[in-house]
Ligand binder design. Structure first.
Ligand SMILES: [Cu+2]
Length: 215
């Protein structure tokens, strides 16, 4: 969609620039006392053309945007790992549920290095469902490496599909930076967290220890 939109925009831009250059080169006012060029006010075909063409363009963009964003935001509900994300001024609380087993929540404080913020541990190469909520102001959950960002809006009741999204974690284990991407108050820039992606076996072990301490 991104590439297609660029091609369409560049083609439109090229046509417009050619028309501007053509008009300014070949339809200049040459003499001081030139007569008026032909006037085309109330020209029905031209007016229909410049109403219809943009309408077609907007419809095509709308179709592809709706199609792709529906696919990207679809929540099937079959992820084995589910994370409840609670955003607050100015940090995060993550509560992970694996196969119905809920782990001890991880919460943090405002920090200036994401590695010192709360850490969410997830397995590599797996589908994870997120449920975002907040009780204060609008925040935005963003892990740049995941190529996905979603606003956290207060007042959306639990169970509302608008709070949820699913993504596939990356293939490479590592510690990835996460941040709040919506200006939410004085310590917004310190509302940092990290996501640690580990191999499945290591994740299972982590779940064992965390589930134990939760009970
Ligand atoms: Cu925030």
């Amino acid at each position: 969609m991104w590439n297609g939109a660029w091609i369409a925009a560049l083609a439109t831009g090229a046509v417009v620039i050619v028309l501007i250059v053509w008009a300014s080169l070949f339809h200049r006012k040459r003499r001081a006392k030139a007569e008026l060029p032909p006037q085309v006010r109330y020209n029905l075909p031209i007016e229909m053309l410049y109403t219809l063409i943009p309408l077609v363009m907007v419809s095509v963009f709308f179709f592809f945007t709706a199609r792709d964003s529906n696919t990207l935001t679809q929540v099937k509900g079959d992820a084995t790992v589910k994370v409840k994300v609670e955003a607050y001024q100015w940090s995060w609380r993550f509560t992970t549920t694996v196969n119905g087993k809920t782990l001890k929540p991880v919460a943090g404080m405002p920090v200036s290095d994401y590695r010192q913020g709360p850490q969410l541990v997830l397995p590599v190469k797996s589908k994870v469902e997120f449920d975002l909520s907040t009780d204060d102001v609008i925040h935005s959950f963003w892990v740049p490496e995941f190529l996905f960002k979603r606003d956290v809006i207060p007042g959306i009741p639990e169970g509302n599909p608008g709070r949820k999204f699913e993504i596939n974690t990356l293939d490479k284990p590592g510690v990835y930076a996460g941040r709040c991407a919506e200006l939410c108050g004085v310590d917004h820039s310190r509302m940092l967290f990290s996501v640690k992606l580990v191999p499945q076996a290591e994740f299972d072990q982590y779940v064992q220890t965390q589930a134990g301490s939760a009970q």
